[in-house]
Design a protein around this ligand. Structure first.
Ligand code: ATP
Ligand code: MG
Length: 395
């Protein structure tokens, strides 16, 4: 089989490495996506060249993963990660390994990868190198470990979460022996760093099958972050109804789990998963808003009292629970041009100051009162009406 859609700039990197006598292949996710004829997100290359040689061959490079021998080659069009075959680490004396060594090094590199579908490579000519039957598993829609699953999960427990993540993203089933090994090794996931868990969890939440996070909870893979496990929480599939924005999906995830006592608090869960503080703050504000109303004036009033990010998150939590349209209502209100913030008032603080009898805190207070008025009376948001209200102390 041939991979066809490799862009010219990636081909150029492969050819540059080859012209210096190094072996270079596309590996991992990009090969999987190309075989599935899906758009490729990031291009990963594996090479026999040492990181210093890769850095020497291209004008702009960044040593991104020194420990793993990864150099990011930065091009005008995009960037690509070029990683030295792990087995090539010893070739620092300038000896060039022959072709047979290249092939065995590539195979060894592939054998260290997690799943068969992620353990394929392609040459610059597009020839597929697939020693573990990845293409067959793609065709059958199966996630299967490379090698014995127990051993592979013992080496790195994150692979158990990754199995579910890929099953959620691709709509694949986890192969029986691989799944059995997850049952047996789930406890080991509690030792994983929160950052690594968060990445896999977020990718699962952002997929079309966010309810797969419920499988992870059921099997105890998230026990460190949950108050309950052993059964699958209901309702997580509603998250798929939301736009693909991480913050909205995290907020809905927490709201659903909180309502069913799977988590004790949103703050604790998001903090322990090392979410950034903006996400944590916004989600907390959103959940403080509580039940999202359907009444238009009330939505505008909520918008006038909270930051827009928090209001959208609150709407998302509500929409995920009942396939609602609160997020759309917010967009519609914003597009309508109706006033829901002090900036949207037909008068400014300066106008009121010029009237002469307002100063300091009183000014802010009056603007807020005008806002409350304009939220309920959109037609009254004009200079004349608002100034009249102030003049007549009619607020
Ligand atoms: P995505 O499109 O989501 O980035 P990906 O397949 O590129 O998918 P990454 O997490 O970026 O996934 O990993 C890149 C490749 O590195 C994988 O395809 C896999 O071959 C290998 N890999 C990543 N993590 C592990 C791991 N924990 N154990 C073994 N191999 C791994
Ligand atoms: Mg990737």
């Amino acid at each position: 089989m041939k991979i066809t859609v490799t862009p010219e700039y990636i081909t150029k990197i492969l050819r540059t490495l080859a012209s210096e006598g190094h072996a270079a292949f596309l590996v991992g996710g990009c090969v999987r996506d190309a075989v599935m004829e899906k758009p490729v997100n990031d291009w990963d290359l594996a090479t026999s060249a040492a990181p210093v040689d890769v850095a020497r061959l291209f004008s702009k490079t960044v040593l991104t993963g020194e420990k793993f021998g990864t150099v990011t080659v930065v091009l005008p069009e995009c960037s690509a990660e070029v990683t030295t075959f792990r087995t090539e680490g010893e070739y620092t004396d300038g000896r060039r390994p022959d072709n047979v060594r290249f092939v065995s090094s590539l195979n060894e590199d592939l054998s260290r990868r997690d799943f068969t579908i992620n353990a394929m490579a392609a040459s610059v000519e597009g020839e597929l190198i697939d020693p573990f039957g990845g293409k067959e598993d793609i065709e059958a829609g199966i996630i299967r470990c490379v090698g014995g699953p127990n051993t592979r999960f013992n080496e790195d427990a994150l692979r158990m979460l990754r199995a579910f993540r890929f099953s959620a993203q691709l709509g694949f089933d986890i192969e029986q022996e691989t799944l059995q090994a997850i049952y047996s090794n789930a406890g080991a996931a509690s030792k994983l760093s929160a950052e690594r868990v968060r990445v896999e969890l977020e990718k699962t939440l952002m997929s079309q099958r966010p309810e797969t996070t419920g499988e992870m909870i059921k099997l105890g893979l998230l026990d460190r972050y949950m108050a309950l496990s052993g059964k699958k929480p209901d309702g997580l599939e509603g998250i798929a109804w939301l736009p693909e924005e991480p913050m909205l999906r995290w907020c809905a995830f927490c709201a659903i789990l909180l309502a069913m006592n799977y988590i004790r608090s949103t703050m604790e869960t998001l903090y322990n998963l090392r979410l950034d503080s903006k996400t944590i703050k916004t989600c907390l504000r959103a959940l403080a808003i509580g039940e999202f109303p359907s009444q238009r004036t009330l939505i505008k009033w909520i918008l006038s009292k909270n930051d827009i990010g928090a209001v959208r998150c609150a709407a998302a939590a509500s929409d995920a629970k009942n396939y609602g349209t609160a997020l759309q209502s917010i967009d519609e209100i914003i597009e309508s041009g109706e006033c829901y913030s002090i900036d949207g008032l037909a008068v400014t603080g300066r106008d009121l100051l010029e009237l002469g009898h307002l100063q300091g805190p009183e000014l802010g207070d009056t603007l807020n009162k005008l806002l409350d008025y304009a939220v309920v009376n959109p037609d009254g948001n004009n200079r004349e009406t608002l100034l009249n209200l102030v003049e007549n102390a009619d607020l």
